[in-house]
Design a protein around this ligand. Structure first.
Ligand SMILES: [Mg+2]
Length: 377
């Protein structure tokens, strides 16, 4: 089997807001025996530039390297791309592009061999996984925020994460008293049995001292973890915070490849490591990161806030990990999550079944790809 062509498409959700979520860049890798592998780069930016830039790198930079290669070699192709794309930059958009391509190669390999990716990664430790409903803070209306969480709790979710905010001006994290009031309100209205996670996000820049003070305040309401309380690159700050915090600290969605994660993991900079498989380097790199996390005896909970392709890749990935207790599942409205694939993922009692069909086990809906395509004049 040989790669004959590669098609990269920037997609977006029509609705534009912080909560509507990011665009993505999908890739379809075609082969001489008619198979097509699908991958996704999580390429978040408010005006689609990240997804468009990823598509450009895939079509202009990566396609010439991979056309003619046998795709049943994802690890060797990963190393080749890492080496030969160095002048695009080692991380950032080029790593998003490599991630998408890598996921597509694993999908192709599974389709060619007739097995799911989780089996190719070494086998399945589980057939389903608990998810948490990932939604957005509404700092102007605590009632509607709690009501949204209750919808998911009624559906059986046992964990809900609240992130950043509806707008930059009204984001969580801008006012300590209000932040504490929001978490207190959520605990009181959702009851004692729901895990509540707090994702500070990147619209505020807390100092380590402030993050520790807030971690102590939130610990009174039993939060399950505090996410991205510091800028993503402040590894020393995270080490300091994680050592002292009464609640678990989470970060990693912005980190790249095994070398980036080595810093976070071997310094115990965080308790929960949250790689995005569509950003950190795909499943080839994801496997290495998961092994590092396992070796340092920390927890890995994949980031997942983009499309159903990302969910499909995450499911195959977590199936192959000896310890994987939880997966992020975006529950804010998104056609890229709800409509992009035939038979979209739906959780039962908060659990997602892990497909055991060839490759990722999904099929794209071309009409939705067309409807969500970013058009450039
Ligand atoms: Mg986050």
């Amino acid at each position: 089997m040989k790669i004959t062509n590669l098609k990269a498409t920037a997609l977006k959700n029509k609705e534009r807001s912080l909560s509507a979520g990011p665009g993505v860049c999908i890739v379809e890798v075609e082969t001489d025996n008619g198979l097509v592998g699908i991958g996704e780069a999580c390429a978040q930016s408010e005006n689609d530039e990240a997804a468009l830039a990823t598509a450009l790198i895939l079509e202009r930079g990566i396609k010439p390297i991979v056309v003619g290669l046998d795709p049943v070699n994802p690890r060797t192709i990963w190393e080749k791309l890492y080496l030969e794309t160095e002048w695009f930059g080692r991380m950032g958009t080029v790593m998003h592009a490599i991630s998408a391509l890598d996921i597509a190669l694993w999908d192709l390999m599974g389709k060619e061999l007739g097995v799911s990716i989780s089996r190719l990664l070494g086998g399945r430790f589980r057939d389903d996984v608990k998810t948490y409903a990932s939604i957005i803070f509404d700092m102007e209306n605590f009632d509607s925020m709690a009501d949204e969480a209750k919808i998911w709790i009624r559906e059986g979710y046992k964990a809900v994460k609240f992130g950043w905010g509806q707008t930059r001006e009204t984001a969580f994290g801008l006012d300590a008293k209000r932040d504490e009031a929001a978490v207190k309100y959520l605990r009181e209205s959702l009851g004692p049995n729901v895990d509540i996670m707090v994702d500070v996000g990147r619209y505020v820049n807390w100092t380590p001292a402030h993050a520790l003070e807030m971690a102590k305040r939130f610990s009174n309401y039993g939060i399950f973890w505090l996410e991205e309380a510091l800028p993503q690159d402040d590894v020393e700050g995270f080490i300091w915070l994680t050592e002292r915090s009464p609640v678990k600290i989470a970060t990693g969605e912005g980190e790249y490849n095994r070398f980036g994660f080595k810093r976070l993991i071997t310094t115990h900079a965080t308790d929960i490591i949250q790689p995005d498989v569509g950003r950190a380097g795909g499943l080839t790199e994801g496997m290495r990161i998961a092994d590092l996390v396992q070796t340092w005896n920390l927890s890995l909970v994949p980031h997942g806030f983009s499309s159903a392709i990302n969910v499909a890749a995450n499911l195959q990935w977590v199936a192959s990990m000896p310890r994987a207790t939880l997966l992020e599942f975006r529950r804010t409205k998104s056609p890229l999550m709800a409509d992009l694939v035939k038979n979209p993922f739906t959780a039962e009692n908060g659990n997602l079944k892990i497909p055991d069909r060839p490759g990722l086990g999904i099929e794209l809906r071309p009409d939705v790809v067309e409807a969500c395509r970013v058009r450039v004049n």
